[in-house]
Design a protein around this ligand. Structure first.
Ligand SMILES: [Zn+2]
Length: 167
């Protein structure tokens, strides 16, 4: 596997490249910031290596890392050979797209759903208003998810690059 240092450094370079390129293409600074942030979040806090307690990503969560315990119990760390990744369901944290979607869904169940309930109670929002907010920011949310996935895909690729192999 690639070292944590390699994952962090290359992920942050990817964030800058993706952010700057998107600003160049869209001429939209907020779009570039969103993509940059998504790749940084994916690299530092939501990467596939959250499946092991000792990983740098897990350690960054500090005491909150305990929230990922059930996730870790149901996932195995990726196999040595890329060809074996799809052989077992437990390796899914290192599956492209699915791994990210599952982590986001997990995070939503733990933080998102309770936050929505608390926010709707505090601000007196009803479901129609919440749906309206989701529709308003849905596009941006999808772009943020795509940026998180970009970092995750890069993580998986770099785990299996011959020159980044490290135990
Ligand atoms: Zn990994």
């Amino acid at each position: 596997m690639a070292s944590a240092k390699f994952h962090d450094k290359s992920g942050l370079v990817l964030a800058i490249v993706a952010g700057v390129s998107s600003i160049a293409i869209t001429k939209d600074l907020s779009m570039g910031s969103l993509i940059y942030s998504g790749v940084v979040i994916g690299t530092l806090w939501l990467g596939p290596d959250i499946d092991t307690r000792q990983s740098k990503i897990s350690q960054r969560w500090g005491p909150l890392s305990i929230l990922w315990r059930p996730y870790r119990k149901t996932h195995g760390h990726r196999p040595w050979k890329a060809i074996d990744l799809l052989k077992k369901y437990k390796f899914r944290s290192h599956w492209p797209v699915f791994g990210t979607l599952e982590r986001i869904a997990y995070l939503f169940m733990i933080f998102g759903a309770p936050s929505l309930v608390i926010a709707s109670w505090m601000f007196g929002l009803n479901w129609e208003e919440i749906l309206w907010i989701c529709r308003l920011y849905g596009g941006r949310l999808i772009i943020l998810l795509a940026a998180i996935e970009l970092s995750s895909s890069w993580h998986i690729v770099s785990d299996y690059l011959p020159f980044t192999r490290h135990r």
